[in-house]
Design a binder for this molecule. Structure first.
Ligand SMILES: [Zn+2]
Length: 249
């Protein structure tokens, strides 16, 4: 059963879909790109769910409006001054004319400087910058993962045989049969603690290749706030990398 309602918050008209879920244990609000979904566990009435939504109105409105700003604007390319989210912080991409025949990216506080050869045509520059940016984002994430790894590998005796970053369509991470961990490049747009949770999650799979209670217990030991981090991915995940990710597939 599904019930729909329109929530009005400031200039926004927010479609809210209420859905029964036998698996939900609590009322859960998920802010999507098209609608807000409310999962109702058994025993919770529609009226209770609506009252809950009412109380959370401002919170929903804020997240919704933020998500709408992040909606894919269908950019034609990586433009000078555009915003790239790095570790959940907006960073401006600033083009600089380079004399060397290659693209160099370097971060200076809230700016990401892209040194692009001035002599190149727009098309060539665009292609090279996209390639360089993908590499930069992957490397930034990989460096962070390697930085966090010792916090868990030694104390918990969890040693991956390797770590790789690539673009994944539907997962944040995976654990290969030979102990190689893969991570979604889009995690570099999330808060660092969220990316670190994904590392913890995949590390825990080295011991438990399932999502059973012992798996979650190990995750909780390594990341006591894992519930929040999972929730963050659920509610913000689909917006991650949209702006830039659309261009960098
Ligand atoms: Zn898993």
């Amino acid at each position: 059963m599904e019930h729909q309602q329109q929530l009005v918050w400031q200039q926004w008209q927010v479609p809210v879909h209420y859905r029964r879920s036998s698996r939900a244990r609590h009322l859960r609000i998920t802010i999507g790109q098209q609608a807000v979904r409310v999962s109702m566990p058994p025993g919770v009435s529609l009226q209770e769910a609506q009252a809950f939504v009412q109380r959370k109105e401002a919170w929903i409105g804020q997240h919704w409006s933020r998500n709408q700003h992040q909606a894919p604007p269908r950019l034609s390319g990586l433009t000078d001054g555009m915003t790239v989210m790095l570790w959940a912080e907006p960073v401006s991409l600033v083009w600089q004319p380079a004399t060397e025949a290659r693209v160099i990216l370097a971060r200076h506080q809230q700016q990401l400087h892209a040194w692009v050869p001035a002599a190149w045509s727009d098309a060539v520059a665009q292609q090279a910058l996209q390639t360089a940016l993908k590499r930069y984002l992957s490397q930034t994430l990989l460096d962070a993962l390697h930085g966090w790894l010792p916090r868990y590998s030694q104390p918990y005796a969890l040693h991956p045989t390797g770590m790789r970053v690539r673009l994944m369509r539907s997962r944040w991470g995976s654990c290969g049969v030979r102990g190689t961990l893969n991570f979604n490049r889009h995690l570099v747009h999330a808060p660092p603690a969220v990316a670190e949770y994904v590392l913890v999650h995949e590390l825990a799979h080295l011991r438990h290749r399932n999502h059973g209670p012992r798996f979650w217990q190990l995750v909780a030991e390594m990341d006591p706030l894992y519930g929040e981090h999972r929730h963050w991915l659920r509610s913000h995940g689909q917006g991650l990398g949209l702006k830039i990710g659309d261009l960098l597939l």
